[in-house]
Design a protein around this ligand. Sequence first.
Ligand code: HEC
Length: 174
Amino acid sequence: MKSSLRRKLAYLVLGCLTLSACEQQLSSELQAKLSGYHARLDHMPHSFYEPGMGDLMHGLQLRHAKLWYAAKAGNWALAQFELHELRENLDRVARWHPEEEGLPVEPAIAAHMNPGAQALEQSIDRKDGVTFQSAFDRFTHGCNSCHQATRHGFIVIRRPSVEPVSNQQWEQME
Ligand code: HEC
């Protein structure tokens, strides 16, 4: 009886030891897996979700044209909205692409785009179609001077002459 009890105890101790060794092995395997996932997640936004500079520029191009037609129709609420979106897009450009052709992008946007954006804001606030046009040209000139500064001077933005989309109404709804 005594010896069988001792044997049982021995098995139990052995069992516990192997179990905890197993657990330790498992947890280190898990740990390795988890840190692998973390490393992949850290890497993911760049490899999978990073919007390319050209893609962000397409968004700017579309909104630049929408802003023009909104103001032309005297829809100042829409013009204000498009300007806000343009500013957000520009922030995103600086966030995802802090440097282009050796040029720090955030200060470049501040220098090239802010004066035009401020002039646009004032004309929109005043609902002034005349100053809007010169502010728009100033803003557009900012796009082009940044293209020149980043060695893309062959991309030239100008006033639009055709509505960018046909499925949106420019005039304000009464
Ligand atoms: C920070 C400087 C900078 C500013 C500000 C800027 N751009 Fe660009 N733009 C670039 C660069 C750099 C490229 C080239 C992107 C690439 O390499 O894919 C580009 C490309 C473009 C393209 C070409 C995209 C294509 O694939 O055809 C368009 C259109 C464009 N920009 C429109 C605009 C408009 C509109 C504005 C102003 C509202 C603007 N950009 C402001 C730097 C700038």
